[in-house]
Design a binder for this molecule. Structure first.
Ligand code: BG6
Length: 489
Protein backbone atom coordinates (compact mmCIF):
# COMPACT_ATOMS: atom_id res chain seq x y z
CA UNK A 1 0.00 0.00 0.00
CA UNK A 2 1.52 3.27 -1.03
CA UNK A 3 -0.69 5.93 0.52
CA UNK A 4 -0.02 6.55 4.22
CA UNK A 5 -2.70 5.29 6.56
CA UNK A 6 -3.50 8.85 7.54
CA UNK A 7 -3.39 10.16 3.97
CA UNK A 8 -5.59 13.24 3.70
CA UNK A 9 -8.08 12.67 0.88
CA UNK A 10 -10.41 15.53 0.15
CA UNK A 11 -11.27 18.48 -2.02
CA UNK A 12 -10.86 22.24 -2.24
CA UNK A 13 -12.79 25.44 -2.80
CA UNK A 14 -12.07 29.15 -2.36
CA UNK A 15 -14.18 31.76 -0.58
CA UNK A 16 -14.62 34.19 -3.45
CA UNK A 17 -15.64 31.46 -5.90
CA UNK A 18 -18.05 29.64 -3.60
CA UNK A 19 -19.41 31.66 -0.69
CA UNK A 20 -21.44 34.33 -2.44
CA UNK A 21 -23.09 36.58 0.19
CA UNK A 22 -20.67 39.20 -1.05
CA UNK A 23 -22.24 42.07 0.92
CA UNK A 24 -23.90 40.11 3.72
CA UNK A 25 -23.17 40.40 7.47
CA UNK A 26 -20.70 43.23 7.08
CA UNK A 27 -18.45 41.75 4.39
CA UNK A 28 -16.58 44.33 2.31
CA UNK A 29 -16.01 43.95 -1.44
CA UNK A 30 -12.96 42.37 -3.08
CA UNK A 31 -11.72 42.72 -6.65
CA UNK A 32 -13.71 39.65 -7.69
CA UNK A 33 -16.89 41.55 -6.82
CA UNK A 34 -16.26 44.12 -9.54
CA UNK A 35 -15.22 41.45 -12.04
CA UNK A 36 -17.72 40.31 -14.67
CA UNK A 37 -18.26 36.83 -16.09
CA UNK A 38 -16.30 35.84 -19.20
CA UNK A 39 -15.80 32.71 -21.27
CA UNK A 40 -13.08 30.74 -22.95
CA UNK A 41 -13.07 33.39 -25.74
CA UNK A 42 -14.13 36.53 -23.89
CA UNK A 43 -12.06 37.91 -20.98
CA UNK A 44 -13.49 38.87 -17.61
CA UNK A 45 -13.68 42.63 -17.11
CA UNK A 46 -13.23 44.85 -14.11
CA UNK A 47 -15.81 47.65 -14.01
CA UNK A 48 -15.41 51.23 -12.83
CA UNK A 49 -16.78 54.77 -12.90
CA UNK A 50 -14.29 57.28 -14.29
CA UNK A 51 -13.64 60.72 -12.87
CA UNK A 52 -16.27 62.26 -15.16
CA UNK A 53 -18.83 59.81 -13.79
CA UNK A 54 -18.92 57.55 -16.86
CA UNK A 55 -19.03 53.76 -16.47
CA UNK A 56 -16.28 51.71 -18.08
CA UNK A 57 -14.45 48.39 -18.04
CA UNK A 58 -10.98 46.95 -18.66
CA UNK A 59 -9.89 43.31 -18.91
CA UNK A 60 -9.22 42.00 -15.39
CA UNK A 61 -5.68 42.50 -14.07
CA UNK A 62 -5.37 45.70 -16.17
CA UNK A 63 -5.21 49.06 -14.42
CA UNK A 64 -8.32 51.27 -14.48
CA UNK A 65 -7.92 54.88 -15.72
CA UNK A 66 -6.42 57.46 -13.42
CA UNK A 67 -9.05 58.97 -11.11
CA UNK A 68 -11.59 56.16 -11.74
CA UNK A 69 -12.93 54.04 -8.92
CA UNK A 70 -14.05 50.42 -9.02
CA UNK A 71 -17.82 50.03 -9.19
CA UNK A 72 -20.58 47.48 -9.57
CA UNK A 73 -22.60 48.50 -12.64
CA UNK A 74 -26.30 47.73 -13.06
CA UNK A 75 -26.08 46.27 -16.54
CA UNK A 76 -23.34 43.75 -15.77
CA UNK A 77 -23.39 40.32 -14.18
CA UNK A 78 -20.91 39.49 -11.42
CA UNK A 79 -20.82 35.72 -10.87
CA UNK A 80 -18.85 35.88 -7.61
CA UNK A 81 -21.55 37.92 -5.87
CA UNK A 82 -23.55 34.76 -5.29
CA UNK A 83 -20.91 32.12 -6.01
CA UNK A 84 -22.66 28.87 -5.21
CA UNK A 85 -24.02 30.39 -2.00
CA UNK A 86 -21.82 28.21 0.17
CA UNK A 87 -22.43 30.86 2.84
CA UNK A 88 -25.95 29.54 3.29
CA UNK A 89 -25.40 25.95 2.12
CA UNK A 90 -22.27 25.02 4.03
CA UNK A 91 -23.98 22.50 6.34
CA UNK A 92 -25.50 20.61 3.44
CA UNK A 93 -22.24 20.80 1.49
CA UNK A 94 -20.05 19.56 4.32
CA UNK A 95 -22.49 16.71 4.98
CA UNK A 96 -22.08 15.64 1.35
CA UNK A 97 -18.30 15.81 1.60
CA UNK A 98 -18.50 13.72 4.77
CA UNK A 99 -20.64 11.19 2.92
CA UNK A 100 -17.80 10.82 0.41
CA UNK A 101 -15.51 10.12 3.36
CA UNK A 102 -13.48 13.34 3.16
CA UNK A 103 -10.57 13.50 5.58
CA UNK A 104 -9.70 17.07 4.67
CA UNK A 105 -11.53 20.05 3.20
CA UNK A 106 -9.51 22.91 1.81
CA UNK A 107 -11.23 26.29 1.86
CA UNK A 108 -10.17 29.89 2.20
CA UNK A 109 -11.11 32.75 4.45
CA UNK A 110 -12.38 35.88 2.76
CA UNK A 111 -10.16 38.67 4.08
CA UNK A 112 -12.90 41.27 3.64
CA UNK A 113 -15.36 39.15 5.60
CA UNK A 114 -13.05 39.41 8.61
CA UNK A 115 -11.71 42.88 7.86
CA UNK A 116 -14.16 44.60 5.45
CA UNK A 117 -11.72 47.36 4.46
CA UNK A 118 -8.57 45.54 5.48
CA UNK A 119 -7.09 48.28 7.67
CA UNK A 120 -9.41 48.04 10.71
CA UNK A 121 -7.92 47.27 14.10
CA UNK A 122 -10.50 44.63 15.08
CA UNK A 123 -12.32 42.03 13.02
CA UNK A 124 -15.98 41.81 12.04
CA UNK A 125 -17.54 39.47 14.67
CA UNK A 126 -20.04 38.02 12.20
CA UNK A 127 -17.25 37.07 9.84
CA UNK A 128 -15.27 35.45 12.63
CA UNK A 129 -18.37 33.52 13.75
CA UNK A 130 -19.13 32.26 10.24
CA UNK A 131 -15.79 30.51 9.83
CA UNK A 132 -15.93 29.12 13.35
CA UNK A 133 -19.27 27.52 12.47
CA UNK A 134 -17.85 26.12 9.25
CA UNK A 135 -14.79 24.62 10.95
CA UNK A 136 -16.89 23.16 13.75
CA UNK A 137 -19.13 21.61 11.15
CA UNK A 138 -16.09 20.00 9.53
CA UNK A 139 -14.85 18.72 12.89
CA UNK A 140 -18.27 17.21 13.60
CA UNK A 141 -17.51 14.74 10.82
CA UNK A 142 -13.83 14.37 11.62
CA UNK A 143 -12.86 16.44 8.58
CA UNK A 144 -9.61 18.37 8.95
CA UNK A 145 -9.94 21.92 7.57
CA UNK A 146 -7.01 23.05 5.41
CA UNK A 147 -7.25 26.81 5.32
CA UNK A 148 -5.87 29.19 2.71
CA UNK A 149 -5.49 32.58 4.32
CA UNK A 150 -5.31 34.54 1.05
CA UNK A 151 -6.90 33.20 -2.11
CA UNK A 152 -6.88 36.08 -4.63
CA UNK A 153 -9.07 38.34 -2.50
CA UNK A 154 -7.38 41.39 -1.07
CA UNK A 155 -10.09 43.78 0.17
CA UNK A 156 -10.99 46.25 -2.58
CA UNK A 157 -10.48 49.14 -0.18
CA UNK A 158 -6.81 48.19 0.20
CA UNK A 159 -6.48 48.02 -3.58
CA UNK A 160 -7.99 51.47 -4.04
CA UNK A 161 -6.62 53.38 -1.08
CA UNK A 162 -3.24 51.77 -0.61
CA UNK A 163 -2.35 50.47 -4.08
CA UNK A 164 -2.74 46.86 -2.96
CA UNK A 165 0.39 44.75 -2.61
CA UNK A 166 2.58 47.47 -4.11
CA UNK A 167 2.41 49.04 -0.68
CA UNK A 168 4.62 47.77 2.16
CA UNK A 169 1.82 48.55 4.64
CA UNK A 170 -0.07 45.55 3.29
CA UNK A 171 2.37 43.34 5.19
CA UNK A 172 1.03 44.62 8.51
CA UNK A 173 -2.60 44.41 7.45
CA UNK A 174 -2.13 40.84 6.27
CA UNK A 175 -0.27 39.86 9.43
CA UNK A 176 -3.10 41.24 11.55
CA UNK A 177 -5.62 39.28 9.49
CA UNK A 178 -3.54 36.07 9.68
CA UNK A 179 -3.00 36.49 13.42
CA UNK A 180 -6.76 36.77 13.92
CA UNK A 181 -7.20 33.53 11.98
CA UNK A 182 -4.59 31.66 14.05
CA UNK A 183 -6.00 32.97 17.34
CA UNK A 184 -9.67 32.51 16.61
CA UNK A 185 -9.42 29.06 15.10
CA UNK A 186 -6.76 27.58 17.34
CA UNK A 187 -7.71 23.97 18.06
CA UNK A 188 -10.08 23.86 15.09
CA UNK A 189 -7.57 24.33 12.28
CA UNK A 190 -4.08 22.90 12.11
CA UNK A 191 -3.23 23.07 8.40
CA UNK A 192 -2.72 26.51 6.86
CA UNK A 193 -1.53 27.95 3.55
CA UNK A 194 -0.40 31.56 3.55
CA UNK A 195 -0.92 32.60 -0.11
CA UNK A 196 -2.66 30.73 -2.89
CA UNK A 197 -0.60 30.33 -6.07
CA UNK A 198 1.75 33.06 -4.96
CA UNK A 199 3.82 32.66 -8.14
CA UNK A 200 0.87 33.67 -10.33
CA UNK A 201 1.83 37.34 -10.03
CA UNK A 202 4.97 36.83 -12.07
CA UNK A 203 3.81 33.89 -14.19
CA UNK A 204 0.78 35.85 -15.37
CA UNK A 205 2.90 38.53 -17.03
CA UNK A 206 4.09 36.66 -20.11
CA UNK A 207 0.78 35.16 -21.14
CA UNK A 208 -1.23 35.14 -24.35
CA UNK A 209 1.57 36.43 -26.52
CA UNK A 210 2.22 39.43 -24.25
CA UNK A 211 5.60 40.20 -22.82
CA UNK A 212 5.57 41.82 -19.41
CA UNK A 213 7.11 45.31 -19.43
CA UNK A 214 9.92 46.31 -17.07
CA UNK A 215 7.40 48.35 -15.11
CA UNK A 216 5.10 45.36 -14.71
CA UNK A 217 8.00 43.18 -13.59
CA UNK A 218 9.14 45.80 -11.12
CA UNK A 219 5.69 45.84 -9.57
CA UNK A 220 5.24 42.05 -9.67
CA UNK A 221 8.57 41.27 -7.99
CA UNK A 222 7.95 43.97 -5.40
CA UNK A 223 4.47 42.68 -4.61
CA UNK A 224 5.90 39.19 -4.28
CA UNK A 225 8.57 40.40 -1.92
CA UNK A 226 6.00 41.98 0.39
CA UNK A 227 3.95 38.79 0.24
CA UNK A 228 7.03 36.69 1.07
CA UNK A 229 7.70 38.84 4.12
CA UNK A 230 4.02 38.76 5.13
CA UNK A 231 4.00 34.99 4.75
CA UNK A 232 7.21 34.56 6.75
CA UNK A 233 5.86 36.70 9.58
CA UNK A 234 2.57 34.78 9.56
CA UNK A 235 4.42 31.45 9.72
CA UNK A 236 6.31 32.57 12.83
CA UNK A 237 3.18 33.90 14.53
CA UNK A 238 1.22 30.79 13.58
CA UNK A 239 3.89 28.63 15.25
CA UNK A 240 3.93 30.81 18.37
CA UNK A 241 0.16 30.65 18.73
CA UNK A 242 0.02 26.91 18.22
CA UNK A 243 3.17 24.83 17.75
CA UNK A 244 0.93 22.12 16.25
CA UNK A 245 0.23 24.32 13.24
CA UNK A 246 1.54 23.03 9.94
CA UNK A 247 1.88 25.95 7.56
CA UNK A 248 2.62 25.66 3.88
CA UNK A 249 3.37 27.64 0.77
CA UNK A 250 1.06 27.14 -2.18
CA UNK A 251 2.53 27.28 -5.65
CA UNK A 252 0.79 27.10 -9.02
CA UNK A 253 2.54 23.95 -10.19
CA UNK A 254 3.10 23.69 -13.91
CA UNK A 255 5.61 21.23 -15.31
CA UNK A 256 7.58 22.82 -18.13
CA UNK A 257 9.10 20.79 -20.97
CA UNK A 258 11.64 22.05 -23.50
CA UNK A 259 10.23 22.22 -27.03
CA UNK A 260 13.33 20.64 -28.59
CA UNK A 261 16.89 19.65 -27.85
CA UNK A 262 18.10 23.01 -29.16
CA UNK A 263 20.35 24.28 -26.33
CA UNK A 264 18.45 27.58 -26.44
CA UNK A 265 15.22 25.72 -25.69
CA UNK A 266 16.83 23.72 -22.89
CA UNK A 267 18.11 26.90 -21.31
CA UNK A 268 14.83 28.76 -21.81
CA UNK A 269 12.99 25.89 -20.16
CA UNK A 270 15.30 25.89 -17.19
CA UNK A 271 14.92 29.65 -16.80
CA UNK A 272 11.16 29.24 -16.98
CA UNK A 273 11.29 26.78 -14.06
CA UNK A 274 13.38 29.25 -12.11
CA UNK A 275 11.20 32.25 -12.80
CA UNK A 276 7.83 30.52 -12.66
CA UNK A 277 8.20 27.78 -10.08
CA UNK A 278 11.44 27.76 -8.08
CA UNK A 279 11.67 31.48 -7.31
CA UNK A 280 8.76 31.45 -4.84
CA UNK A 281 9.37 27.95 -3.51
CA UNK A 282 13.04 28.73 -2.83
CA UNK A 283 12.25 31.87 -0.84
CA UNK A 284 9.45 30.28 1.15
CA UNK A 285 11.13 26.91 1.78
CA UNK A 286 14.78 27.95 2.06
CA UNK A 287 14.28 31.40 3.55
CA UNK A 288 16.41 33.35 1.13
CA UNK A 289 16.53 34.53 -2.45
CA UNK A 290 18.30 32.13 -4.82
CA UNK A 291 21.40 33.10 -6.80
CA UNK A 292 19.47 33.28 -10.08
CA UNK A 293 17.17 35.96 -8.58
CA UNK A 294 19.78 38.57 -9.52
CA UNK A 295 19.60 37.49 -13.15
CA UNK A 296 15.79 37.61 -13.10
CA UNK A 297 15.76 41.10 -11.61
CA UNK A 298 18.48 42.41 -13.94
CA UNK A 299 16.60 41.14 -16.96
CA UNK A 300 13.92 43.77 -16.24
CA UNK A 301 16.01 46.37 -14.38
CA UNK A 302 14.14 45.63 -11.18
CA UNK A 303 15.22 47.49 -8.03
CA UNK A 304 13.62 45.93 -5.00
CA UNK A 305 12.79 47.53 -1.70
CA UNK A 306 14.32 44.86 0.59
CA UNK A 307 15.62 45.59 4.06
CA UNK A 308 17.97 43.58 6.28
CA UNK A 309 15.04 42.99 8.59
CA UNK A 310 13.06 41.52 5.71
CA UNK A 311 15.89 39.09 5.03
CA UNK A 312 15.87 38.05 8.69
CA UNK A 313 12.12 37.47 8.60
CA UNK A 314 12.41 35.34 5.48
CA UNK A 315 15.05 33.22 7.19
CA UNK A 316 12.96 32.72 10.31
CA UNK A 317 9.63 32.15 8.58
CA UNK A 318 10.20 29.16 6.32
CA UNK A 319 7.22 26.92 5.70
CA UNK A 320 6.60 23.42 7.07
CA UNK A 321 5.28 21.94 3.88
CA UNK A 322 5.19 22.50 0.14
CA UNK A 323 1.74 22.45 -1.41
CA UNK A 324 0.79 23.16 -4.99
CA UNK A 325 -1.94 23.04 -7.60
CA UNK A 326 -1.42 20.85 -10.62
CA UNK A 327 -3.53 20.83 -13.75
CA UNK A 328 -1.26 20.75 -16.77
CA UNK A 329 2.14 20.94 -18.41
CA UNK A 330 3.46 23.53 -20.82
CA UNK A 331 6.09 23.49 -23.58
CA UNK A 332 8.78 26.17 -23.69
CA UNK A 333 10.53 27.06 -26.93
CA UNK A 334 12.56 29.87 -28.42
CA UNK A 335 11.28 29.00 -31.90
CA UNK A 336 8.36 30.61 -33.71
CA UNK A 337 5.14 28.63 -33.72
CA UNK A 338 1.64 29.38 -34.86
CA UNK A 339 0.17 26.63 -32.68
CA UNK A 340 0.16 28.19 -29.24
CA UNK A 341 -1.97 27.00 -26.34
CA UNK A 342 -2.58 28.66 -23.04
CA UNK A 343 -4.28 27.78 -19.82
CA UNK A 344 -3.95 28.54 -16.14
CA UNK A 345 -0.78 30.62 -15.72
CA UNK A 346 1.15 29.31 -18.72
CA UNK A 347 1.26 29.66 -22.48
CA UNK A 348 3.39 27.56 -24.79
CA UNK A 349 3.43 25.56 -28.01
CA UNK A 350 1.06 22.64 -28.42
CA UNK A 351 2.44 19.30 -27.25
CA UNK A 352 1.69 16.73 -29.98
CA UNK A 353 1.83 13.90 -27.45
CA UNK A 354 -0.99 15.21 -25.30
CA UNK A 355 -4.73 15.78 -25.40
CA UNK A 356 -6.22 19.11 -24.33
CA UNK A 357 -9.32 19.97 -22.32
CA UNK A 358 -12.15 22.06 -23.78
CA UNK A 359 -10.43 25.07 -22.21
CA UNK A 360 -7.08 24.21 -23.81
CA UNK A 361 -5.35 22.83 -20.70
CA UNK A 362 -2.91 19.98 -21.46
CA UNK A 363 -3.92 16.68 -19.87
CA UNK A 364 -0.74 15.16 -18.53
CA UNK A 365 -0.80 12.94 -15.42
CA UNK A 366 2.89 12.07 -15.80
CA UNK A 367 3.69 15.73 -15.42
CA UNK A 368 2.38 15.46 -11.87
CA UNK A 369 4.85 12.69 -11.06
CA UNK A 370 7.63 14.74 -12.63
CA UNK A 371 6.69 17.75 -10.51
CA UNK A 372 6.36 15.83 -7.24
CA UNK A 373 9.68 14.08 -7.61
CA UNK A 374 11.59 17.13 -8.75
CA UNK A 375 10.24 19.36 -5.98
CA UNK A 376 10.60 16.80 -3.21
CA UNK A 377 14.19 16.31 -4.18
CA UNK A 378 14.77 20.06 -3.99
CA UNK A 379 13.23 20.77 -0.56
CA UNK A 380 12.62 17.42 1.16
CA UNK A 381 9.52 18.84 2.84
CA UNK A 382 6.17 17.08 3.24
CA UNK A 383 4.01 17.76 0.20
CA UNK A 384 0.34 18.03 -0.63
CA UNK A 385 -1.40 18.34 -3.98
CA UNK A 386 -4.03 20.88 -3.00
CA UNK A 387 -5.65 21.42 -6.39
CA UNK A 388 -6.07 19.06 -9.31
CA UNK A 389 -9.05 18.40 -11.52
CA UNK A 390 -10.73 18.64 -14.87
CA UNK A 391 -12.83 21.66 -15.79
CA UNK A 392 -15.45 20.19 -18.15
CA UNK A 393 -18.97 20.62 -19.52
CA UNK A 394 -21.37 18.35 -17.64
CA UNK A 395 -24.83 17.30 -18.78
CA UNK A 396 -27.65 17.16 -16.29
CA UNK A 397 -29.91 14.28 -17.38
CA UNK A 398 -33.68 14.39 -17.03
CA UNK A 399 -33.54 12.02 -14.05
CA UNK A 400 -31.07 14.26 -12.20
CA UNK A 401 -28.01 12.09 -12.88
CA UNK A 402 -24.72 13.43 -14.21
CA UNK A 403 -22.39 11.00 -15.95
CA UNK A 404 -18.82 12.27 -15.86
CA UNK A 405 -16.50 9.39 -16.82
CA UNK A 406 -14.00 11.92 -18.27
CA UNK A 407 -13.52 13.39 -14.80
CA UNK A 408 -13.06 9.97 -13.22
CA UNK A 409 -10.47 9.08 -15.88
CA UNK A 410 -8.58 12.31 -15.31
CA UNK A 411 -8.45 11.91 -11.54
CA UNK A 412 -7.66 8.19 -11.67
CA UNK A 413 -4.60 8.74 -13.85
CA UNK A 414 -3.33 11.51 -11.60
CA UNK A 415 -3.80 9.41 -8.47
CA UNK A 416 -1.81 6.59 -10.11
CA UNK A 417 1.06 8.96 -10.74
CA UNK A 418 0.96 10.20 -7.14
CA UNK A 419 1.27 6.59 -6.07
CA UNK A 420 4.34 6.10 -8.25
CA UNK A 421 5.90 9.23 -6.78
CA UNK A 422 5.22 8.01 -3.26
CA UNK A 423 6.84 4.68 -4.07
CA UNK A 424 9.78 6.64 -5.43
CA UNK A 425 10.17 8.26 -2.03
CA UNK A 426 8.08 11.44 -2.08
CA UNK A 427 6.54 12.28 1.30
CA UNK A 428 3.05 13.07 0.02
CA UNK A 429 0.54 13.74 2.78
CA UNK A 430 -2.67 14.76 1.08
CA UNK A 431 -4.70 15.37 -2.06
CA UNK A 432 -7.52 17.87 -2.40
CA UNK A 433 -9.16 17.90 -5.81
CA UNK A 434 -10.16 21.32 -7.08
CA UNK A 435 -13.76 22.46 -6.98
CA UNK A 436 -15.08 19.34 -5.24
CA UNK A 437 -18.40 21.18 -5.40
CA UNK A 438 -18.95 23.06 -8.68
CA UNK A 439 -18.07 26.72 -8.30
CA UNK A 440 -17.39 29.89 -10.27
CA UNK A 441 -14.29 29.56 -12.44
CA UNK A 442 -11.51 31.94 -11.42
CA UNK A 443 -10.18 32.37 -14.94
CA UNK A 444 -13.38 32.75 -16.93
CA UNK A 445 -16.08 33.40 -14.33
CA UNK A 446 -18.13 30.58 -15.83
CA UNK A 447 -20.28 28.07 -13.96
CA UNK A 448 -20.33 25.64 -16.86
CA UNK A 449 -16.62 24.98 -16.44
CA UNK A 450 -17.31 22.40 -13.77
CA UNK A 451 -14.85 20.49 -11.61
CA UNK A 452 -17.05 18.97 -8.91
CA UNK A 453 -18.20 15.62 -7.63
CA UNK A 454 -21.26 17.62 -6.64
CA UNK A 455 -23.22 19.45 -9.30
CA UNK A 456 -24.67 22.84 -8.46
CA UNK A 457 -27.74 23.94 -10.40
CA UNK A 458 -26.70 27.41 -11.46
CA UNK A 459 -25.86 28.70 -14.95
CA UNK A 460 -23.62 31.38 -16.41
CA UNK A 461 -26.24 34.06 -16.03
CA UNK A 462 -26.84 33.25 -12.37
CA UNK A 463 -30.11 31.37 -12.91
CA UNK A 464 -30.81 28.11 -11.14
CA UNK A 465 -32.09 26.54 -7.95
CA UNK A 466 -28.63 26.07 -6.39
CA UNK A 467 -29.69 22.50 -5.72
CA UNK A 468 -26.81 20.07 -5.10
CA UNK A 469 -26.74 16.79 -7.07
CA UNK A 470 -24.30 13.90 -6.98
CA UNK A 471 -22.37 13.13 -10.14
CA UNK A 472 -21.11 9.60 -10.95
CA UNK A 473 -17.69 10.73 -9.76
CA UNK A 474 -19.16 11.23 -6.28
CA UNK A 475 -19.53 7.51 -5.68
CA UNK A 476 -16.28 6.76 -7.44
CA UNK A 477 -14.29 9.11 -5.17
CA UNK A 478 -16.06 7.71 -2.12
CA UNK A 479 -14.69 4.28 -3.08
CA UNK A 480 -11.22 5.68 -3.69
CA UNK A 481 -11.16 7.21 -0.22
CA UNK A 482 -12.65 4.15 1.49
CA UNK A 483 -9.95 1.96 -0.05
CA UNK A 484 -7.22 4.53 0.66
CA UNK A 485 -6.47 4.85 -3.03
CA UNK A 486 -6.44 1.12 -3.83
CA UNK A 487 -9.72 0.86 -5.68
CA UNK A 488 -9.53 3.24 -8.61
CA UNK A 489 -11.93 1.41 -10.96
C1 BG6 B 1 -6.16 27.81 -9.70
C2 BG6 B 1 -6.82 28.64 -8.64
O1 BG6 B 1 -5.41 28.65 -10.50
O2 BG6 B 1 -6.94 27.16 -10.64
C3 BG6 B 1 -8.31 28.42 -8.48
O3 BG6 B 1 -6.19 28.51 -7.39
C4 BG6 B 1 -8.93 28.19 -9.84
O4 BG6 B 1 -8.84 29.52 -7.79
C5 BG6 B 1 -8.32 26.95 -10.44
O5 BG6 B 1 -10.32 28.12 -9.82
C6 BG6 B 1 -8.92 26.52 -11.75
O6 BG6 B 1 -8.93 27.59 -12.65
P1 BG6 B 1 -10.25 28.03 -13.39
O7 BG6 B 1 -9.87 29.22 -14.17
O8 BG6 B 1 -10.64 26.86 -14.22
O9 BG6 B 1 -11.24 28.32 -12.33
Amino acid sequence: MSFRKDFLWGGAIAANQAEGAWNVDGRGPAMTDVTTGGSVKEPRYVTYIDKEGNPGKVPSHHPIPEGAHYAVLDDHYYPNHDGIDFYHHYKEDIALLAEMGFKVFRLSISWSRLYPNGDEKTPNPKGVAFYRDVFEECRKYGIEPLVTIWHFDTPLYLEEHYGGWNNRQLIDFYVRFATTCFQEYKGLVKYWLTFNEINGTVMGLDLFGNKGTDEEYQSAYQQLHYQFVASAKAVQIGHQIDPENMIGCMICGITFYPGSSDPDDILANRYQWEKGIFYCGDVQCKGKYPTYATRLWNEHHVQLDITDEDREELKKGTVDMYTFSYYMTSVVTTHESDDMVSGNFAAGVRNPYLQYSDWGWALDPKGLRYYLEMIYDRYELPMMVVENGLGAYDTLEADGSIHDPYRIDYLREHIKEMEVAINDGVDLRGYTTWGCIDLVSAGTGEMRKRYGFIYVDKDDTGKGTYQRLKKDSFNWYKKVIASNGEDLD
